[in-house]
Design a protein around this ligand. Structure first.
Ligand code: UD1
Length: 370
């Protein structure tokens, strides 16, 4: 018998695969909902894409648009052209878009113009910095979507301020769903600690890839600060995003022996290292939250964050992009772990829910469509 509702998830970049995993599982459990997955091809390296589908057991995409890299306009326009055709041919009842990437923007705009109901997962996040490409993507996605799933009470507040409360639902955070269902698996399966010789070591984990931090001027002081922070521990592991890799080659960065440049990590290795690190230093939105969920102190190399709860809980501190004080703050954070222990499970639950966001979202969206 044909299923009553047909949903299409549109994803393209690494953090979206993590958010898609619990949603795909929740839809799979619904008898009358069919689910198709479209990969835009924004992230095409296996380490940023295929490995996530495999480890998170996400069904193979029904279509891959293979758009690859390009300027923001080129990438977005290519996705929109191909998505328009795909949506016309497949005629879904509704689409699901995730987070704040160019794939989110392209999918939301295309669906809005094709009059296809859209649900935005991770709605209402704001950094209030419109120079960030992600901020523009978030605002457009929220204003053009029909159903907005806010991961936190703060995100609900932001939507209210923009007169979007009527379409908004407080769902909890699907990234918490993903962590809760994978943290044990990561402990059992990830071999990253042994491979890096860090099983009994105090180490720091760093990631840097935001557009504003990956210019020649911005990256040099950050790298200098990471060098100083590395001296506080036995080693600093730095998985390098492709965007950052190009820049490090251009400036001919020669790290000290304390800094371990490695390829992007798989999801299970990433959560294993975040959980075991003495400190995480990052400009990634997802990694900030994962550090908070796993109770590892985090320093964020940005002037602002959309995940303000991690800061109020005490597990995250904004270092600013100039980063001169990074080593000093890292030392304080590692010396004061009680401060981080205060970020209890209760605090996480109050802000991010109980790890059942995905089933709430798909049930609500299917009912709303019906
Ligand atoms: C994108 C998202 C960002 C998210 C990040 C996670 C936007 C605007 N930004 O940033 O919100 O946090 O993904 O990684 O959508 N590249 C490769 N191989 C790949 C993918 C990219 O080499 O598989 C290179 C390309 O040269 C590209 C550059 O990395 O120009 C940047 O990729 P892009 O898709 O523009 O954005 P991200 O920096 O990955």
């Amino acid at each position: 018998m044909p299923k009553r509702i047909k949903l299409v998830s549109i994803v393209g970049a690494r953090p979206q695969f993590v958010k898609l995993a619990p949603i795909a599982r929740a839809i799979d459990a619904m008898a009358d909902v069919e689910h198709c997955i479209v990969h835009t091809g924004q992230h095409y390296d296996d380490r940023l894409s295929a490995s996530f589908f495999e480890q998170l057991e996400i069904p193979r995409p029904n279509a891959n648009l293979e758009v690859g890299s390009g300027s923001h306009a080129e990438q977005t326009a290519k996705m929109m052209t191909l998505l328009e055709r795909y949506l016309e041919e497949t005629g879904p009842s509704g689409i699901l878009v995730y987070g704040d990437t160019n794939s989110t923007l392209a999918a939301t705009l295309t669906a809005a113009k094709s009059h296809i109901p859209t649900a935005h997962i991770e709605a209402g996040l704001r950094s209030f910095d419109r120079a960030m490409p992600e901020e523009v993507n978030r605002i457009v996605a929220d204003h053009c979507s029909d159903r907005l799933y806010a991961p936190t009470p703060q995100a609900m507040e932001n939507l209210k301020t923009e007169n979007l409360a009527e379409r908004a639902v407080l769902s909890g955070d699907v990234m918490l769903d993903a962590i809760l269902s994978n943290v044990k698996l990561a402990q059992q399966k990830s071999t990253a600690l042994d491979e890096l010789g860090l099983a009994d070591a105090d180490f720091a984990l760093a990631t840097v890839h935001r557009a504003s931090n990956t210019t020649k001027d911005a990256i040099v002081p950050i790298l200098k600060a990471l060098e100083s922070a590395a001296e506080l521990v036995s080693s600093l592991v730095f998985p390098v995003h492709p965007r950052t890799r190009v820049l490090l080659t251009e400036i001919d960065f020669k790290p000290s022996p304390m800094i371990r440049l490695v390829e992007p990590l798989s999801y299970l290795d990433s959560i294993r290292l975040i959980q075991s690190a003495k400190i995480v230093i990052t400009d990634s939105g997802g990694v900030q939250k994962e550090a908070a969920f796993l109770n590892t102190p985090c320093l964020t190399v940005r002037d602002e964050t959309e995940w303000t709860e991690t800061v109020s809980l005490g597990v995250n501190r904004l270092v600013g992009s100039r980063a001169e004080h990074l080593a000093e703050l890292a030392e304080q954070a590692m010396a004061n772990t009680e401060m981080f222990d205060k970020a209890t499970k209760q605090g996480i639950a109050e802000h991010y829910g109980s790890g059942e966001a995905a089933s709430l979202i798909v049930t609500d969206f299917a009912e709303w469509l019906a």
